[in-house]
Design a protein around this ligand. Sequence first.
Ligand SMILES: NC(=O)c1ccc[n+]([C@@H]2O[C@H](COP(=O)([O-])OP(=O)(O)OC[C@H]3O[C@@H](n4cnc5c(N)ncnc54)[C@H](OP(=O)(O)O)[C@@H]3O)[C@@H](O)[C@H]2O)c1
Length: 250
Amino acid sequence: MAANTLIFGGSGKCARHITRLLAAEGHTVHSVIRNPDQRPDIEGLGGEPIVQSIEESSVDDLANTITSSKASTVLWCAGAGGGSPGRTKAVDNEGAIRSMEATAQAGVKRYIIISAIDVRDRRNKPEPEWYDDNDRQRSEKVWTAIGPYMQAKFAADRNLVTENGRRGLEYTIVRPGGLTNEAGQGTIAAGKVHLGSTISREDVAQTVVECLKNDGTKGLAFDCVGGDTPIAEAVAQVAKERLDGFAGRY
Ligand SMILES: NC(=O)c1ccc[n+]([C@@H]2O[C@H](COP(=O)([O-])OP(=O)(O)OC[C@H]3O[C@@H](n4cnc5c(N)ncnc54)[C@H](OP(=O)(O)O)[C@@H]3O)[C@@H](O)[C@H]2O)c1
């Protein structure tokens, strides 16, 4: 059945792949972008652009956009790119949280967010039990290099999970490792994985699309990196075994 999806951060590199993949399957994709020059690109992928800056939009503004689109699923693929700590907080943390609030306010249940691997409360919660020395070193390196970005992602994901009693969203948090622009392999490793391997944006996009098709991913936060398991199979395994890399770490 054709679905109607709205993407915040629609002009992003993962989002463009998602738009193309969903449109090719006959789904309607509303793509929220802030730069009107990107309209033709989005239309070329089969998406329907909506020009609106997340940073300048209130919860009501975002909820109105969702309602007008008649979307049944909201995807968050936006991000400030990790450059300025101020914009990172405004988009990756506060903007993401407004999108969650707006999704609930618009009466939409399904919400999928692209976050990042190793997003967690490193100070107060136990380290993932499958981490080895290599993971520890990589975690330290990333949090030292881009702490404000990881903190912004953490604040958003924690809010999504802890406020969900009130919001009642059917959420999935997709937590990829470092992203590349390589062509997708169609295979990944997902669930509780080691840090360090990259994953192509095209494979992340396919993973998000699989989450949309697999209701067993509702309520889960799972890691994904490059690997050998076909994406649908990897996502099905995550759903079946309820593999959640964020639970107990926020
Ligand atoms: N880079 C990595 O290695 C890595 C690893 C794990 C997870 N992630 C996360 O994965 C997600 C997808 O990554 P990606 O590489 O596909 O992202 P991307 O290409 O950087 O796209 C992010 C999008 O967010 C949009 N955006 C930023 N501020 C906005 C605003 N105020 N209003 C509307 N849109 C706004 C940007 O629009 P403009 O085109 O107008 O700037 C851009 O299109 C991001 O959340 C990222 O943080 C990244």
